[in-house]
Write a protein that binds this ligand. Sequence first.
Ligand SMILES: [Zn+2]
Length: 216
Amino acid sequence: MSVERKPDLRIVGGHPVLDLVNTVTPRRRGGREHLTSPTALLAWSQRVGLVGAGEVRAIGAAWRARSGSAGQALHATLDVRESVYGIVAARLADPTPKPGATAAALEHLTLRWAAATARSTLVAAAHQPADVVVGTDPAFVVPDRLAFAAVELLRSVDPGHVKECPVSEGGCGWLFLDQSRNGSRRWCAMADCGAQAKARKLTARRRAARASTVRG
Ligand SMILES: [Zn+2]
């Protein structure tokens, strides 16, 4: 029996929280879920650099020691993900969204962030008077770090720099941070969605040209 190897999920968001949003392909309703289990979540977390190898072992041990905690961590992570997506998508759809448009998503994220704060601690640091260590409970390190990072991103990012791979032009709807100097990045990855859109346009042009030749 041959095992079909799934292609690796591309990491192109430019920020771990946007990469989290992009764990559904395409991003709009009905996309394929990549974080299908706590194990998949742990593998993804290590891949994007959210946790190190030692932490992966500690998290696995914590999950095994406390029944149900792995599922809770996955659930919390998906809640953070959908909250962020809801907040950003509302903004992309309308640059001045009505407060009600994001109220539910903000409330969800607030709860996750508050829980993460409760599991964090302040420590003395080398380069500043104090620092925050997020994740005193290994079982919830992943959702806690993501909730913290999400709040940091949302309160500091220039909204014009968060873009969506254009669905109306055949893109996948993934979010990414446009860090190009002139703000010209349009696609999640030119080699993927950009190239596919180009190929589709070319085919359409050729078809139109053929049709006009036949008619002519
Ligand atoms: Zn795309």
